[in-house]
Design a protein around this ligand. Sequence first.
Ligand code: FAD
Ligand code: SF4
Length: 511
Amino acid sequence: MKSSKRLVLILGDQLDLKSAALKDFNVQTDEVLMVESKHEAQYVWSHQAKIALFLSAMRHFAQSLRDLNYPITYIQNTSLSIVEALKEKIQKDNITHLICLEPGEWRLKQEIEGLAKELQLQLDMRDDDHFYCSHQEFLDWASGKKELRLEYFYRLMRKTHQILVDADGNPEGGQWNFDQDNRKPYPKKGPGIIDDPVLFEPDAVTQEVIAYVSQTYAKHPGSLEAFRWPVTRDQALEALHYFVEYRLRNFGVYQDAMWTDTPYGWHSILSSSLNLKLLNPREVIAAVIDAWKKYSLDLSTVEGFIRQILGWREFVRGMYYLDMPKMAQDNYYEHQRALPKWYWSGKTNMACMKDAIGQTMKYGYAHHIQRLMVTGNFALLAEILPSAVCDWYLAVYVDAIEWVELPNTAGMALFANGGRFTSKPYIASGAYIKRMSNYCDSCKYKPDVRFGETACPVTTLYWNFLIKHRAQFDASPRTRLMTANLKRISDDDQKLIVQHAQHVLAHLDDL
Ligand code: FAD
Ligand code: SF4
């Protein structure tokens, strides 16, 4: 006999008791299903800290549901995929009605919809209200536009949600964007004292997860020793509170700065809590605005931070659902090279890559400029196959979920979609890394040397890229200036750059 029970599927990145999936939950008749699937941790070669974060947060969340007397089936340690486990449960209990929040990942959404069709289920897939902009609103904004640019979307979000605008809809401070004020390197002497982000000692649940992950996923990349991530809503709120109290003030100005052994800088470290839905972006923005008023913080820092959440985060999500599944296959430059092996260890002579990848392996974290202008820039210049690069980003960052990772990697860092939402490839030579960090001081290579034994590989590959794609760069006013600089390099030197670049590209693993 068919059951009248409704099953509510909660995924590992949907950990909110106020979730739309639970809003009409009936503890007498409904049941929650959560699945710890080994398949999900393995389909990309995930960092151990990323697996531990998801599992610990899920187990804590399941416990809060139990404390509220929600009936719950929690499947642990299964080799089935989430959808296979779901199918088994539905068939075993003769369930006809499935409720869930729209998954962040396109693949999972297709699979759940496919399962519902196959089993003739009544599927109630609800909008994820942890975002300001619904898919339909994004579609409406994007339709008919020749150019999809963050800036115009962001202004619309500011006006629609009345954030940093006056009563007439004009931007606070007379400007929409204070990006120019937010690009400073640290002082020459170094970043000075940075208030550490709040870190959380693993409790008994997390310790058990850490022991399980280190045994079950022993061969996976990354380490668990430094695991201090927020795994509950209370911890995430504490992290938010701490950030706005102590670290927001310098977020803006040093947003792009990098320094050896300074893994977090002044960044918020809130992405994993936001992406697991331990935090709602609305409360994050409200807390930032409160702190701005309370402490008379610089508008540029507050606007800079809000742009990341209300602008970029919403924008990339909109783009992801607009362009999937094509986005995952795009390869504008037809790059085919394999990812250098040291992306998985940080064992390279390039000081910038060593630091960015080293901290990634240790914490599962690197900040935006490290991801975009160090590891991402290099992957583009070294002509790595975009899907291999995307798999790496999806694997190694604790905040990595495909809806946010893929557009950032394929779209922003790799220009794999040919500039669908960026006006030019984000590429830079060693000179940029030298300006924004101290990495070059301790490096075997020299950032201003373009070819030869001491040449910086980033610099060699940068000029090689410009020479190779000169026609494309010359054709656009946004990039013409970059190729104009080639005129200052003699033809002979350009030949030597290309020659050296061929050598570098053939020996990427040895850098
Ligand atoms: P902060 O610098 O303090 O920023 C505040 C918040 O703004 C972040 O927590 C995040 O929620 C949001 N944000 C900032 N930049 C972006 C952006 N470009 N897109 C979306 N949201 C943004 N972010 C992820 O959450 N998951 C990913 O898998 C991911 N992959 C990335 C891959 C590449 C190649 C690049 C260039 C960026 C990626 N980002 C990703 C965006 C960004 O780097 C991270 O959100 C940020 O570094 C997280 O650290 P934080 O919380 O300290 O962020
Ligand atoms: Fe990186 Fe080049 Fe600087 Fe070395 S010299 S740290 S490889 S940019």
